[in-house]
Design a protein around this ligand. Structure first.
Ligand SMILES: [Zn+2]
Ligand SMILES: [Zn+2]
Length: 124
């Protein structure tokens, strides 16, 4: 199951909702992700892997990523595909500056993208 969080800043107007975890309907989620991969939502490399390995098992869940370069916080899918011995790990890049984003390991310790203050976290 996924869990939703509101992250908000005491210093500025920043506030955003994120979800973390797995979809409760894994079968529907797998089909949806495969569709998105084939329509190039996850980039050319990811699409090629799926086309070459149509039997893949996809391990995916919602995660929060931050950009080490510009500080943006984004809702992204963490995804790994496996086909026999071959695995493919999808990498998330920042929409704004192109840097490789890092998964947030602890949602309680995230900083405001605007003013860098620690954000207040509430689960909903
Ligand atoms: Zn702020
Ligand atoms: Zn960035």
């Amino acid at each position: 199951m996924s869990q939703k969080y509101i992250l908000s800043c005491n210093q500025c107007a920043y506030s955003s909702v994120f979800k973390i975890g797995r979809s409760s309907d894994q079968d529907a989620w797998q089909i949806k992700i495969k569709d998105q991969i084939l329509s190039n939502h996850f980039g050319e490399e990811t699409k090629l892997f799926l086309e070459n390995h149509p039997d893949v098992k996809i391990n995916a869940f919602w995660a929060v990523y931050t950009c080490p370069s510009c500080g943006r916080i984004r809702q992204r899918v963490r995804m790994r595909m496996q086909s026999g011995e071959k695995t493919f790990a999808y990498r998330n890049y920042c929409d704004d500056c192109g840097a490789r984003m890092a998964q947030v390991s602890d949602i309680l310790h995230v900083h405001c993208p605007s003013c860098k203050q620690p954000l207040k976290v509430e689960s909903i």
